[in-house]
Design a protein around this ligand. Structure first.
Ligand code: PLP
Length: 363
């Protein structure tokens, strides 16, 4: 048994998403690039590669990771490229995508690679201001037709990222129609359009066939290659965070303290005020809390069939997306190891973190 805490990536669960992605590519003609900002755990890239077309990135380091560890097609996007990194970025990229006309003007001449610009349609499905690319004064992409037209002689495509965990096919389809209505004459002059991430098409009951038909109609009517950039949809429900109970406190509510921390190991949940996916079967209720000194280091409420004991193991579900990429050394809490459950059930340790990593990260 591995020492907790550790993230456990289950390849058979990951495979369920990957098979849907592969099916959608085949049925729609769209290409699928893994969005590395959601998930960069490259130990499973060998496994994912056959089901996807490549990666897309948000920075030079993600870009390089995609090129070196995943391969295939590598899209390079960044909100802001620096003078000292642009040439290296271009060297790894199959397509380089600029966030603004200003960046395009500054750097496009340095590249002979296919070039794109981020288009902001000024609406999105995000209900959370922090993550809403269509928020007032958004810096994410261009929308003014005059500015888009100025870019036209230098770009072959656009990236439009405006969905956020969108489970609603009708909403996706309606918003795609809005994009067609507003931008079709411009889009028709391009070779490729990336529709970004945020479409939750690997979720249960998502109408995949209708999505495939809709994407195909979109790409046929505009004469473009469509790309999708699934992050969360690629890895959803594939991974757990395995923790152990260290102490149980009863101050009017039973609290189980575990050898992990939401702040350090599942930070995204805290930022978006969500609770962790915890066991909910049984009569024995506990609040599951982390071991840092942050008062609100709380994963959420759980239920168990029997009273918890010190040393009991708890599995926290859906721990892959925006989780491992955000883990940090707050409070010096040991970082969870990364383990992989192979298709035959054997579990292998991919990476362990120790005191040396803590020290090396800080000086
Ligand atoms: C975040 C992001 C993605 C991935 O989004 P998911 O919601 O994880 O699918 C894809 N493309 C771009 C440009 C992004 O910023």
């Amino acid at each position: 048994m591995l020492q907790t805490p550790y993230y456990l990536i289950d390849k058979s669960r990951l495979l369920q998403n990957l098979e849907k992605i592969a099916w959608l590519r085949e049925a729609s003609g769209a290409k699928a690039l893994l969005a590395l900002k959601c998930f960069s755990t490259w130990g499973v890239f060998d496994f994912m590669r056959d089901y996807m077309d490549g990666t897309t990135s948000s920075s030079l380091y993600e870009l390089r990771l995609g090129a070196e560890k995943f391969g295939k097609e590598t899209h390079a996007y960044s909100v802001g490229w620096a003078d000292h990194e642009i040439d290296e970025a271009i060297s790894y990229a199959d397509k380089i995508i600029f966030n603004s006309l200003g960046q395009l003007d500054r750097f496009a001449g340095r590249s002979t690679k296919p070039t794109g610009l981020r288009l902001n349609p000024r609406f999105s499905t995000s209900g959370f201001d922090l993550a809403d690319p269509a928020r007032p004064f958004s810096r994410l992409g261009e929308w003014d037709m005059d500015r888009l037209t100025q870019a036209l002689d230098r770009i072959s495509g656009v990236m439009i990222h405006y969905n956020c965990e969108n489970r609603d096919f009708e909403l996706f389809s309606d918003q795609l129609s809005r994009i067609e209505t507003e931008f079709a004459p411009f889009l028709r002059q391009l070779d490729w359009i990336s529709l970004g991430g945020g479409i939750h098409f690997t979720g249960d009951d998502y109408p995949l066939q209708r999505l495939a038909d809709r994407l195909k109609a979109f790409s046929d009517s505009l004469g473009v290659q469509v790309y999708l950039e699934p992050g969360e949809a690629s890895i959803t429900k594939s991974t757990t965070l395995e923790v152990s109970v260290l102490d149980i406190i009863d101050n009017g509510k039973k609290v189980a303290i575990v050898d992990s921390s939401i702040e350090a190991h599942m930070l995204d949940l805290l930022i978006y005020r969500e609770t962790a996916k915890l066991p909910q079967q049984g009569d024995h209720a506990y609040q599951i809390a982390g071991k840092t000194c942050l008062a609100g280091d709380i994963f959420g409420d759980a239920r168990f069939p029997a009273p918890l004991q010190i040393g009991d193991r708890i599995s926290i579900d859906d721990a892959a997306g925006y989780t491992m990429v955000k883990k940090n050394w707050f409070n010096g809490v040991k970082m969870p190891s990364i383990a992989i459950r192979e298709l035959d059930g054997t579990v292998t340790l991919a990476r362990d973190f120790g005191y040396e990593d803590f020290v090396a990260a800080l000086g």
